[in-house]
Write a protein that binds this ligand. Structure first.
Ligand code: ZN
Length: 476
């Protein structure tokens, strides 16, 4: 039997404008509870909202980056529901005329590029936060009330958890590129809800959609989707169905847990927000914003392939984030070997960054230092392997490669007399290998070079050692 998984996402992203969406309170994460508040964001009677133009600007930039159609006329609406973190009893959002419609995000799969369609992007205000204490009290912090959000809704175009992960990575990197959000999932500036179900492609039977909420990392989201995929398929196999419900991911139990059953579709009694006039967006402004956008990931990738003559794969990895791409370009400025720089960044640098869950911005060394390290290797002052060791120290101390090489005495031995002495000693202790080599066993040569490297703690120039060993054996 064949099954198809269907995944759609709803992503809320906080915009990093200086002030909130309808008042001039600071838009900052954290702060002492209820200190970033005024009558507008507290929803006090008579307080009137004024739309922050920067919110429109940021949201339109996101729409342009994701190939959406920007509305020339739009409006704000009231979405009514009751919850203690929503003081007004309604959230100011957008209902039937969203700021941006349609659009897509491209993800790279092994079989090629796939377009994930977007339904819409609209602007709205964030709510306050409820904090439940161990003593059983519920506290309310309205610092977040009125923080500007965009809600991005996708079409159900993703068919594996991996596709959803790639989509989220691309969405995040693009929003960071255009500097509209920092997309920190752990601080809640990017929040993702997932709708998932499974179709039996032979019978056409499908499970009810499960909504996954409260996910606080991409890896948690992927695990939750994988878990749900299996759960839906096993129910289908038994001829059963899933309940329409909302579940969350439990990181300790490694399973999804039911939060609530979904009853009827909620009626939010949407109504036009009459305190805010309809919004007119002129084509000239959209054009102006389009021209102000920096180079987007896809365009940067194409440029890297052309300008640096590196493989498509390398260009894709290096343009994952603006910071990484900048680091690469800065390094190449100092050392004119784009492929070598790419190999080192994609290899030892990114491996360590991923292992330690660092960001490229956290590195203690600068692009100039990495370039210097590669220069030392290319000049034959240190070997490739020693270079890797030096890089490890650079990660820890941030010291310059010259300093590390000098302090640790790592300069490569390229002095012929010195190397000859070492080789002589190694040969005298490995007579069997000499015989093997003379009998045509090439591996014996490798072993002898290895012994020279061992004696010199990796400092011998390997090419020179190789040549000297061959010369000496032939002279014997
Ligand atoms: Zn305020």
């Amino acid at each position: 039997m064949a099954y198809k998984t269907v995944i759609g996402l709803e992503i809320h992203v906080e915009l990093m404008t200086d002030t909130k969406i309808f008042c001039s309170c600071p838009n900052e994460f954290g702060g002492e509870a209820n200190t970033h508040c005024c009558p507008v964001c507290l929803g006090l009677p008579g307080a009137l909202p004024v739309l922050n133009k920067a919110v429109l600007e940021y949201a339109i930039k996101a729409g342009i980056a994701f190939n959406s159609k920007i509305a020339n006329i739009t409006k704000m609406d009231r979405k009514h529901y009751f919850y203690p973190d929503l003081v007004k009893g309604y959230q100011i959002s957008q209902d039937d005329v969203p700021l941006c419609s349609g659009g897509y995000v491209e993800i790279e799969l092994e079989e090629g590029t796939k377009k994930i369609g977007l339904t819409r992007i609209h602007i709205e205000e964030d709510t306050g936060k409820s904090i439940h204490t161990e003593e059983g009290d519920s506290l309310l912090d309205y610092n977040r009330a009125g923080v500007p959000l965009i809600e991005i809704v996708t079409e159900p175009d993703m068919n594996t958890p991996e596709e959803a992960r790639l989509f989220l990575e691309k969405l995040k990197s693009t929003l960071k590129y255009i500097e509209v959000s920092d997309c920190k999932m752990e601080e809640g500036s990017l929040r993702c809800d997932i709708n998932i179900n499974v179709v039996d492609t032979e019978t056409g039977k499908k499970t009810n959609i499960t909504e996954l909420k409260n996910l606080n990392s991409f890896s948690g989201a992927v695990k939750a989707m994988e878990y749900e995929e299996k759960r839906h398929i096993s129910l289908l196999k038994e001829g059963e169905n899933t309940e329409r419900e909302t579940r969350r991911w439990d990181e300790v139990k490694n399973e999804t847990i039911i939060m609530r059953e979904k009853g009827e579709v909620a009626d939010y009694r949407y109504a036009v927000e009459t305190d805010i006039l309809p919004i007119e967006i002129k084509d000239e402004w959209i054009e102006e914003l389009k021209n102000s956008l920096p180079e987007l990931p896809h365009a940067k990738k194409q440029r890297f392939i052309k300008e640096y003559d590196i493989p498509e794969y390398d260009a894709g990895v290096l343009t994952q984030s603006k910071e990484l791409a900048d680091f690469y370009e800065e390094t190449v400025k100092y050392i004119d070997d784009p492929k070598q720089v790419s190999n080192w960044i994609m290899g030892d640098v990114l491996r360590r960054i991923n292992d330690e869950e660092l960001e490229i911005e956290d590195l203690k060394f600068k692009p100039k230092d990495l370039a210097k390290l590669l220069e030392l290797i290319n000049e034959g002052k240190i070997s490739n392997n020693i270079g890797k060791k030096v890089l490890r120290t650079m990660f820890e101390t941030g010291d310059s490669p010259e300093k590390i090489v000098k302090e640790k005495g790592l300069i490569q031995i390229s002095d012929e007399d010195e190397l000859e002495k070492i080789v002589e000693k190694v040969l005298s202790e490995n007579e069997q290998s000499i015989i093997d080599y003379k009998n045509g066993k090439d591996r014996a040569l490798g072993y002898l070079v290895g012994q020279v490297m061992k004696v010199t703690k990796g400092k011998a120039n390997p090419q020179m050692a190789n040549q000297i060993i061959r010369d000496m054996i032939e002279e014997q």
